[in-house]
Design a protein around this ligand. Sequence first.
Ligand code: FUC
Length: 760
Amino acid sequence: MNDSTVLWYKQPAENWDEALPIGNGRLGAMVFGGVHKERYQLNEDSVWSGGPRQRNNKSAIKNLDRVRTLIKEEKIPQAEKLILKAFCGTPVNQRHYMPLGDLEIEQSFEPDEEVRDYVRALDVENAVLSVSFKIGDIEYKRECIASYPDEVMAVKYCASKGESVNLRINIDGRDDYFDDNSPVSEDMILYRGGSGGEDGINFASVIKVIPSGGSVHSIGSSLVAQGCDEVVVLICAQTSYRYPDYREKAFFDIENLVGKSFERIKKDHIADYRRYYDRMSLTLNGNSSESLPTDKRLERVRQKGKADNKLFELYLNFGRYLMISGSRKGSLPLNLQGIWNKDMWPAWGSRFTININTQMNYWPAEVCNLSELHTPLFDLIEKMRPNGRLTAREMYNCGGFVAHHNTDLWGDTAPQDLWLPATSWPMGAAWLCLHIWEHYKFTQDKEFLDKKYDTLKEAAEFFVDYLIENDDGKLVTCPSTSPENTYITRSGTKGSVCIGPSMDSQILYELFTAVIEAGKILGRGEVFGKKLCEMRSLLPAPEIGKYGQIKEWAEDYDEEEPGHRHISQLFALYPADMISVRKTPELAKAARATILRRLSHGGGHTGWSRAWITNMWARLFDGEKVYENLVALLSYSTNPNMFDSHPPFQIDGNFGGAAAIVEALVQSENDELILLPARPEEWHEGEVKGVLARGGFEVSFKFCGDSVSAEIISKAGNVLKIAAPESARIETSLGAEVKEYTDKAFVIMTEKGARVKIKY
Ligand code: FUC
């Protein structure tokens, strides 16, 4: 087995955290690999509870001034009491995600003897899952794929001896939320139901069984395939979220495949998948030599506190696999569990939590050369806009659009939960919109930026009205929180709701900058740009507090939980670039102190928190800490199926971790390309291919220690600034020319398509 592209196991999954995911962006399944009973735990991305609704709390507007006064006077308990009543959503909760159902395929064997040579494997290079074993003298094999071009999940059962595939196929598993699971013909089941609520989402899934040799018939709610050489099972599903005639569409998806063989579906699927997967790669020195199954390799990391380098490659490749399998043009963005959720009431509703988690899901999208897979997030932002406009007006009497710390598939923007450390935080849309700007920075796609300019602008417009002046004449948010921490005032009062938490000012600095810069690039919104420039100069800048840390709140309060999983005040370090070792060394030192303080109080205990910290260490150029934290991520926050664990499973850490591996090797913030910024000692040799950098560059390089041999392709014709020793040898193709060496970096003019080779 290839130890950097295959997850594999010698036994079936005993529980969900051992099962393996497949997906095509919209349809997802967890595959358990049971010998006698195989379970495909199914998801469709738009199966959520209920329908769209407005939950804006109309009492907010009347109480806004009062709440602000109470917060200013440090009457926090009174302010928070009022917030719980007047500023929560009505009703309190947004819609939540749900599973589609459970497809079970029982397989019977004759003779039914001992199972030998069992292997279950997920090949992330081809996106093919397989299960194989021997019983008696027959070898059985299953292959399972989720195809984007054919909108289908397909499973093939075969055996080394003819007429030996015998199956019973059945779908069920959503309590009484489904209405029917009956065969509609001798080879097809229609499984349908709804997720509740007046305008709730209805779904239909069609399962078709295609035998080769042998026969298929229906009995009760099952289909039975007997004495077959081979059986292919096709699974399609659609919902009323996308199609009023979702049932017809599900049948259409199946009928569309009549005459198309499994091999052909698989071939098209692999070709489609590899269009994305093959764009980048990472190879590190060493191999794991002994061929150990993935669960054992993870166990070994836990025991030894060290990982084989191929496991880091696998972690990155698995992250890219999850992105290609869970976020495609037309799909919803990856929620807290991507499209792999087993619970009717999943943790945190498996929503889009937008005070870090959804954003983290997309951290690797651009660097890993998967820019198009970022688009479902932009589509969701557009869905949020009209709702967010109403929320801004109805709750705060403000223009623009606003969202709080969660959203759902309808783009709900009203506050979520009755939980003070999180609920009253108006920054969700602002942060999400920074992804639009990031996408532009990487792709330099001006047409995209032009289309999205109004969205960026509208996110900023909210704050033109919402910000208030504090006692120092600075512009700050209020009410807000520093997600999701609690402070202690000098008098000993605890509170979460506050005025001007550091993260908010940082997000706003970045958002205003994005709007100003985008306006300049597009020649639009000059007057508004000027206004934002003035406002930006009045935002509080990051400050250093009494522990040498970056202050989390405007006051230098102590935290109730100094080891809190959120490190919101370091947004400026990562994902933003306001704090950097090269640009702001003092603040970088304080950022370091902030992380160390969190960690010394038990921080980093959730997978996503660990992943965020790892990215921050990369930005602080600390390879040793990157390594230490990646090992901790693999040791304590990674399930046997390599899914990230909060616990429970939450997919953000997979993406944050993947992003961190790349961040250790290539960085491009502050208009400067840096290779090997935080290379762990253990990664002493390797090759990176096809990583994207801001400014529109594609970067590939080999390294040995700190020696680098790189080739950079200019895709947009921008100036390339690359940090390197002055002694570096540079070769440029036609259209590229070294202009100067300044600030320990080469400045190279490039035209579109030009190539630059650099060696040092
Ligand atoms: C935030 C985090 C939690 C969890 C939840 C989905 O509230 O603080 O740890 O990740 O989102």
